[in-house]
Design a protein. Structure first.
Length: 219
């Protein structure tokens, strides 16, 4: 059983932008959109080993940014908080549905943070639900500091879920194109079965992307 720091209210006022057009979203009503927690738990049981690999990859990135003064923001946090990965950095969970454990209710395409104010953005199983993925990635790119990082996970060979808000599936090639503004992009495959990639590498369950912003950017 993994353990981590207890969740406490976070103070993020100084990093929230008040610029026009970057509004906090209102929570959708349960009749419009429901996070099916029970279904998520059932899926989590069947995909335990695949999800464990994703957690290991996230832990590796989180350890790099878990420093005092750093800010980690999870976009579309849903019912699974990543707070346990951060004992020193400030972790902020956001979603467009108001629920327990969510610090900010906001639209992912209008993040409530200043330009270049966030060190790490976590975006797991979200981009396939966004009708304007380029807008989402542009907004994440806006809030990331130099030297910052995006940890992105998206399913590929995966059933429809959260219908009717399941819009897209992405290949590693489309992800590279979408993330072209980042200085370095690493994409790993999480397969349905732990078999040799040479033979079964096309049976991809998830893609895990780590996209970095260079310390020095050309203007």
């Amino acid at each position: 059983m993994e353990s981590g720091p207890s969740e406490q209210p976070v103070e993020i006022t100084s990093e929230i932008s008040s610029a026009p057009g970057r509004k906090h979203s209102q929570a959708l009503s349960p009749s419009d959109y429901k996070l099916r927690t029970r279904i998520q738990r059932i899926v989590g049981i069947f995909l335990y080993f695949q999800h464990r690999r994703i957690r290991r990859l996230l832990r590796s990135v989180a350890e790099e940014f878990d420093r005092s003064g750093r800010i980690a923001v999870e976009v579309g946090a849903g019912s699974t908080s990543k707070h346990k990965y951060f004992s020193s950095a400030l972790y902020v969970s956001s979603d467009f549905v108001e629920r327990e454990g969510i610090n900010l209710v906001e639209d992912a395409s209008h993040l409530a943070f200043h330009d270049r104010s966030v060190d790490l953005v976590i975006c797991e199983n979200v981009i396939e639900h966004i009708y304007d993925p380029q807008g989402l990635l542009k907004e994440i790119r806006r809030v990331l500091r130099r030297g910052g990082c995006l940890f992105l996970v998206t399913p590929f060979l995966f059933p429809l879920h959260d219908v009717p808000y399941d819009f897209f599936r992405y290949t590693e090639h489309s992800l590279k194109r979408l993330l072209h503004e980042y200085s370095a992009v690493s994409i790993q495959k999480v397969l349905w079965l732990p078999l040799p990639q040479r033979l079964f590498g096309r049976f991809v369950l998830y893609y895990v992307c780590v996209a970095r912003v260079d310390q020095i950017e050309l203007t």
